[in-house]
Design a protein around this ligand. Structure first.
Ligand SMILES: [Fe+2]
Length: 295
């Protein structure tokens, strides 16, 4: 299973009434919390469809539905750990005295090449992933620390908590970082990650993805999301991807293949922009409790 960071802030939400706050509306069909091992993919798929039907019905009535459901029942662990209270307000200056910081000179250019950390080449499909970090007006977010982490080509994380029987790659740690340039562009060279199993239900598999963190200017602004690859057959089955209930928003989580990024006899290329605000913003994950992990 994969690992998550702990974002502590989110971009603004839409300002219309939110579905969960409307009295008398039906709750999503299933919240029974069944034991994951007894649940089949068909059970989870039926729950996803029921949740989406509720969300679509609310939107049809002109009600705003949270773009990403933090209490999305088919994603079992989200039920117990999703935030149920407003964030605690903190003095930003006081937080800065304790929170992690970094200097631009701390980030080396080689850290953006995840294929360069070992003694040899990692196994798998070499790719470049690049894109821009922009605000809702398309303005670049410059000097932004972008961090990524991912499974290797076999779908295994280089972490002691990931024990599923796929090979580790001695030449691949799966972590990297870089700063955006003056145009807000980030760029990583890496290996295309494989899908991997997780314990949400029997025979549950995550679509291939790369975790992204945007640090902001201090730790309290950190934002986290996942990037997916186009055409993945696991999209329809994955309750994390499907917890973003609007299909347009889900598409924004998927990179596109870009032949102009692809390099002759070297790698294929993908482009994925991250929009921090506005109606087309990239959907971000809510904070997890310290010490928790999920896929
Ligand atoms: Fe993951």
């Amino acid at each position: 299973m994969g690992l998550e960071g702990h974002p502590t802030a989110t971009a603004p939400r839409r300002e219309a009434p939110v579905a969960d706050a409307v009295p008398g509306l039906p709750l999503p069909a299933l919240r029974r919390g069944s034991a994951p091992a007894l649940l089949t993919q068909a059970d989870i798929t039926a729950e996803i469809e029921a949740e989406h039907a509720v969300s679509a019905g609310l939107r049809a009535r002109g009600l705003a539905v949270p773009a990403t459901r933090n209490d999305f029942a088919p994603y079992r662990s989200s039920i117990l750990r999703h935030p149920t209270k407003d964030p605690v307000q903190a003095d930003p200056e006081a937080v800065e005295l304790l929170a992690p910081v970094f200097g631009e000179r701390d980030v080396h250019a080689l850290e953006a090449d995840l294929t360069a950390t070992g003694a040899g080449e990692p196994v798998g499909e070499r790719i470049v992933v690049t894109g821009r970090v922009v605000d809702g007006e398309g303005r670049p977010v410059r000097r932004q620390l972008v961090e990524v982490w991912q499974a290797n080509a076999a779908g295994r994380y280089a972490h002691r908590r990931d024990q599923h029987p796929a090979p580790l790659d001695p030449n691949f740690t799966g972590v990297g970082r870089c700063l955006t340039d003056d145009d807000g562009t980030y760029r990583f060279t890496t290996i295309k990650p494989g899908p991997y199993p997780w314990n949400n239900h029997r025979n549950a598999w995550r679509p291939a993805h790369i975790h992204f963190s945007l640090f902001g200017t201090q730790f309290t602004q950190r934002l986290i999301t996942q990037m997916y690859f186009p055409g993945d057959p696991l999209f329809a089955l994955d309750p994390i991807y499907q917890s973003t209930t609007d299909p347009v928003d889900r598409e924004l989580l998927v990179a596109r293949y870009d032949h102009d990024v692809t390099q002759h006899e070297w790698c294929t290329g993908y482009r994925w922009d991250i929009v921090l605000t506005g109606t087309h913003r990239t959907r971000l994950e809510e904070p997890a409790e310290p010490g928790e992990e999920h896929a």
